[in-house]
Each structure stands twice: as structure tokens, then as C-alpha cells.
Design a protein around this ligand. Structure first.
Ligand code: DQA
Length: 153
């Protein structure tokens, strides 16, 4: 079965408790459930992960790239949290491992502090979804499935 990777960065494990006025009350388990539901609908296995460690995310992106190259994954939904705004290493992993990647943020980062306006990841993303909350993940999975179908057609 083909996989879609859903990779979450630092502090997203705290969703539901973390600054609820900013991020809402949904937990990461709720996000995972929504991803699994849409994955099942599309016939995709969902490999859902979270890490607070930049290097672990790099390794996972490399694994995802290898799976894409082998025809086993459609790519990655990536919410890299604050690493979005700091990590050249994550940008290089996406580009180097040739990961079809959709960048997702729960909040509209462009309406927040200026430091969140820049993303190292957007230039190497197939698309970017910001500000739509948990449904943003679902839209990103649908987009990756559609792009893979187009590529295979
Ligand atoms: C976030 C936005 C980032 O700026 C922040 O550091 C996060 C979450 C979002 O989903 O809105 O951790 O990626």
C-alpha cells in the first residue's frame, strides 16, 4: 500500500494544551485521526510522526525521499513548527532527498510575528497551506495524492 508521510516538528506534541488561544483545543492525536480518515478514503497508509529534534526530522525526510523514489510514498506533509523559520538543514533534506512536500501550518504565520513570515521550506515545497487549522493537513494529503496520480498518469 502506498504511504503518505505526515511529519510534525517541535512542540506540536503539546497541541491542545499549548497556547490554546493561538492553536485551539485539538490535540495531535486529533490531527492524526483526521489524517488517517482521509488516508483510508484515498487508499493511502498514513505514516504519522512527531519529533522535537531537527536531525530526526532530517532523517525522516531522507527516508521519505527513498520511499518516494521506490514508488512507496506520495511524499510528505510537513509542519516543521519553529524549525520552518530557522532550519536550512530541513530545506536541504527536502531538496536533497527530492521529497514532494506540502508545508502546513495550523496558524496563519503571515498574520503573526514577523519572525514567522520567513520560511526556509516554502521555496522547496510543492505547495503551502497556512491558517486553516487541522483541515489543512487533510487538504495537503489530498494535494499529494492528486500530484502523485498526475505524475503517474
Ligand atoms: C506552526 C507555526 C510556527 O510558527 C510555530 O513555531 C509552530 C506551529 C503552525 O502550525 O502554525 O510551532 O507551524
Amino acid at each position: 500500500m502506498t504511504t503518505v508521510h505526515v511529519l510534525n516538528g517541535p512542540n506540536l506534541n503539546l497541541l491542545g494544551r499549548r497556547e490554546p488561544a493561538v492553536y485551539g483545543r485539538h490535540t495531535l492525536a486529533d490531527v492524526e485521526q483526521r489524517c488517517r480518515t482521509v488516508g483510508a478514503e484515498l487508499g493511502l497508509e498514513v505514516d504519522f510522526r512527531q519529533s522535537n529534534h531537527e536531525g530526526e526530522l532530517v532523517t525522516w525526510l531522507q527516508e521519505c525521499g527513498a520511499a518516494v523514489a521506490a514508488g512507496r510514498s506520495v511524499g510528505a506533509v510537513l509542519n516543521a513548527g519553529a524549525y520552518t523559520h530557522t532550519s536550512l538543514a530541513l530545506r536541504d533534506a527536502v531538496a536533497g532527498a527530492e521529497v514532494p512536500m506540502v508545508e502546513v501550518h495550523l496558524t496563519n504565520v503571515h498574520a503573526r510575528e514577523e519572525v514567522r513570515h520567513h520560511s526556509f521550506l516554502s521555496p522547496v515545497a510543492r505547495g503551502v497551506i497556512v491558517g486553516l487549522g487541522v483541515p489543512g493537513y487533510e487538504l495537503a494529503i489530498r494535494a499529494l495524492a492528486g500530484l502523485a496520480a498526475e505524475a503517474g498518469a
